[in-house]
Every structure is written in C-alpha cells, then in structure tokens.
Design a protein around this ligand. Structure first.
Ligand code: 173
Length: 495
C-alpha cells in the first residue's frame, strides 16, 4: 500500500536495531516496511523528536493516527524505503497524547447541540473545548506573535457598507462559477492539513458536506485521508481542487499533476508562500517539540543537519509555474500571493488565478491582511483594464457572509475558509460542514437583500466604505476574541 516493495530485500529486525541515531541513521518500521528517515527527520513538519522516539521501533500506530497511506508516495523518495521487515519490532509508545482524556470525553458528551450553533466562531469556540491539545495547538497556531492571524480577521471589520434601497430583492442568487465549475456559493473550503486530527472521518466528511451543498473543496497535499479516498467520497460531478506543495524533487509534483488529470480535478493550487514553514510557537509549546530538557543542542535538532533544508522547496520560481502550466490543461492557480506586482506577473505568465493569502497568518507574520491587498489589486487591475485576465481568490480571517460579500465587491471570484471548516468538521463531522456552509449561504443571502443587490455580478466597490480600511481603527470583536487562544509565556517546571 505504500511504495512498490517488489525489488527490495527484507530488513532483519537485528539490523533495524543498529539504526537509532542521526549518526547511525534513523530507521523506522511503518506498516511492515522499514524506512530510513535520517534525511526526512530534519524536515518532518510534526517535529524531529517523535521520529527519533520511533527509531528502531514499529511506529505504525502513531503514523496511521496522523497520516494517510499515500503520504510517502507524495513526499518520500524511493531510496528511503529499505524493504519489508523480517521479524518483529517493538511497538513505539504513543507519546503524542497529552491532556486529560477523560475530562475531554466528558466535554464531548456535553457539547452544544448543532442547532445552538449560530455562527462560524461558535465552531471555533467548541473546538477549543473538545479537541485534543495537539490538534488544537496545530490548528489554531500561527506565525510568531500572530499579528497577521488577527489582522486577517480584523481588516474585514474596517470595511462598512453603502446599501441601496428600493431595488426589489425578493430573489437573491448567490451561485457563481469558479475556474469553469458551477457552484452554489462563492466561497470554498480551503486546503488544510490533517483533518483527521480533529475528527475520525477526516477529509471524507468535508468532501461529503461540500458535495451536499455544492461548494468546492480544495484537497490538501497533506490531507489525512488519501487523495483517492477523498475523491471517492465526492459525488459524480462534484468539483474538487488540489493544493500542491512542491518538493525539491519535481517528479513528485508531476506525478501528482498526472493524478489530478486522471481523477478530474478542476484546479491545481500551487502553494508559493512556504519556502519554509513559519514559526508557530503555540504549536511548538504545546506539542511534542524538544522543550522538556536543558540540553541546548537537542533544541535545534531539526535545523542543525541542514539549516536551509525544507519540507517544501525554497528554490521554487516562476519558471516552475510556467512548466506546470505547460504540463497540464487543468487551470493553475498560485496560492499565497501578497502584492500587486505578483498578480501582474501571474497575468503576464498566463496563470489562471491567484489566491491572495498569507496562509492564515501561519507563514510571515506582519504580512498584510489579504482583504487590504485585494483592495489595492482591484484598483490597479481596473486602471490597467486587466480585471478579466485572471481569477482572483482570497482567504484568511473570513467568518461571516458579509466578509465574503466584501471580498466579492473588491473583485474576488471566490473566498476560501480553512480553519472554519476544520473546526466545523471537528465538532460535528459532515453535519458540521453542511451547517457551516448553510450558515454562510444564509448570511450572504440576507446581507445581499439588505444591501439591495440580488446577484453576484451586482457586487461592486461602490457598495463599500473603504475609508477606514488602510490604517484605520476597528472595534473589538468579542466573539472572535473569546475563541482566540492567546500566546502564553514560558512555563516553570512546577506550573
Ligand atoms: O500551515 C500548515 O500547517 C501547513 O501548511 C503544513 C502542511 C503540511 C505539513 C505541515 C504544515
């Protein structure tokens, strides 16, 4: 099920037990196969400590808890696969559980009924209470001091409306088209890694929920169900997109592009804001990084092997994007654009779309809120008469139907929500996903009626008061603040 095991001789368990350190090589057994993770350990997004902990042992249970069966196919070179294990290896102890599980189960039993959920922030608040500490830390964290994370949301609250009256809004239609696919709403479920951390149905229930409401799901390169499982969960004509992480070995990328073609994917979103993963301190503090000892050297384990090595490829350039474009007739969109110049370059390169995004505040802290960048982009594209040359998408900080409307008024074709769907799915699985979509659709429909417009094409910048957007102040958002998990300082041993 992992890599082709055909030619590889077996690895005796005695041999395995000689490879327990970075010096001797870090060998791990996963689902009966032995892998040399000595190189990969430095870039394992879940940290080096857990991989080292599993050295010489059978890590299947821990691996399967976090990863899809096709993860090595997507990310690990064939050389790292050493062959089937001969004999039986000791099982690695699962050290990824933390927190009081009994207490958590009790909270899950008492979680609010789904009909008492009134908005997207409710899902976030409930998730904070019922997720494992690991999952909550991973999902909620963002880069450094999380200024971009909060700003992504707050920037929307600096835009007010200029509604029209007496326009006959009996029938409001929020359906639209994105990259050629007809959908029931102009928002989509954006890619986010590891949905199974929050709910056993993982990305499957997200696919089903999106299918029921006819909105698009962007499948993550780092999903916790396999690519095929997620596609199989969709309805026959359900449009789905794929988010592509580009590794130094481009053969992985082209293999995935071929797979996308084979499975009828309607758009490939190449993530371009992750030369390296951002520094997510909430995640580092709460998860299983090496923060429990006084040895200065272990702390930098992941970086000391090769400080510029990355899980993704820092060498990615426009040239790669042009080659991807040539390699397929599936629309190519670049995800993570943060300045007007780069939108113009994307147009010059005949790219089908861009996502204005700072990766949910998880990459460069103090990158601007995408809605602010969108306002700049819209102005320049209009001046240059380039508005119809490219589809503009946006994500980050979206919580309300009114946020979606604001982005559409500024020229966005579609609006992505990432964490919102992870949280909805974590709390209630497929039902939660459907509820999230319905709430956003209802909010959008109601707000458009109150705004005096009856379809998407009538959403224009004239409906917005943008005077406060750049550099203005905003009021505090109590609902957002109560679900937001603040950063905490270093802990004393007896705390
Ligand atoms: O934001 C992320 O956490 C992210 O993009 C990612 C994806 C895969 C593995 C690790 C991180």
């Amino acid at each position: 099920i992992l890599l082709d095991t055909g030619e590889k001789p077996g690895v005796p368990v005695e041999e395995l037990s000689k490879h327990l350190t970075l010096k001797d090589g870090v060998w791990v057994v996963i689902n009966g196969e032995v892998y040399d993770l000595s190189e990969f350990i430095a870039v394992h997004p879940g940290g080096a400590k857990i991989v080292l902990h599993c050295a010489g042992k059978d890590a299947s249970d821990i691996f399967n808890k976090f990863h899809a069966k096709d993860v090595f196919e997507k990310f690990l070179s064939e050389d790292a696969h050493l062959g089937p294990l001969i004999g039986e290896a000791e099982k690695a102890e699962d050290i990824t559980n933390s927190g009081d599980e009994e207490e958590r189960q009790e909270r899950i039993k008492n979680k609010p009924p789904i009909n008492s959920v009134y908005n997207i922030s409710d899902f976030e608040h409930i998730s904070k209470e019922i997720l494992t500490p690991n999952a909550w830390a991973y999902y909620s964290s963002a880069a450094d001091d999380e200024f971009s994370l909060r700003e992504n949301h707050y920037a929307y609250s600096r835009i007010f409306f200029h509604p029209k009256v007496l326009t006959d809004v009996q029938n409001v239609d929020i359906s639209t088209e994105m990259l050629g696919s007809k959908v029931d709403a102009p928002f989509y479920c954006s890619a986010a890694a590891q949905a199974r951390l929050g709910h056993p149905d993982g990305e499957i229930s997200i696919a089903r929920g999106c299918g029921r409401e006819n909105i698009i799901q962007m499948i993550s390169s780092s999903s916790s169900n396999t690519f095929d499982e997620i596609l199989d969960a969709a309805r026959p004509d359900q449009p789905q997109w794929f988010q592509l992480y580009v590794l130094p070995d481009r053969s992985f990328s082209y293999k995935m592009i071929d797979k996308c073609k084979l499975r009828g994917i309607k758009g490939i979103f190449v993530t371009v804001d992750t030369a390296l993963l951002g520094r997510r301190e909430k995640d580092m503090r709460f998860r299983m990084f090496d923060n429990d000892n006084d040895d200065l050297e272990t702390e930098s384990l992941a970086k000391e092997k090769d400080p510029i090595m990355s899980f993704k490829d820092p060498g990615l350039t426009w040239d790669d994007i042009r080659k991807f474009k040539q390699a397929t007739d599936i629309p190519i969109v670049i995800k993570g654009v943060q300045r007007v110049d780069d939108v113009l370059l994307a147009i010059e390169n005949n790219i089908d779309g861009v996502v204005l995004s700072n990766h949910g505040g998880r990459q460069l802290d103090f990158s601007r809120a995408p809605i602010e960048v969108l306002a700049d982009v819209n102005k320049v594209l209009k001046q240059k008469n380039l508005e119809n040359k490219i589809e503009i998408y946006i994500d980050g900080g979206v919580r309300r139907g009114s946020d979606v409307i604001k982005a559409l008024c500024l020229g966005a074709k579609g609006v992505g929500l990432g964490r919102a769907f992870l949280y909805a799915n974590s709390c209630y699985g497929e039902k939660g996903v459907v509820k999230a979509i319905r709430m956003l659709k209802e909010e959008m429909t109601l707000d458009m009626k109150l705004l005096g417009v009856s379809n998407i094409s009538q959403l224009t910048p004239e409906l917005l008061d943008l005077r406060r957007l750049q550099g203005g102040s905003h009021h505090s958002d109590h609902l957002y603040n109560s679900a937001y998990e603040p950063l905490t300082p270093a802990k004393f041993l007896d705390e």
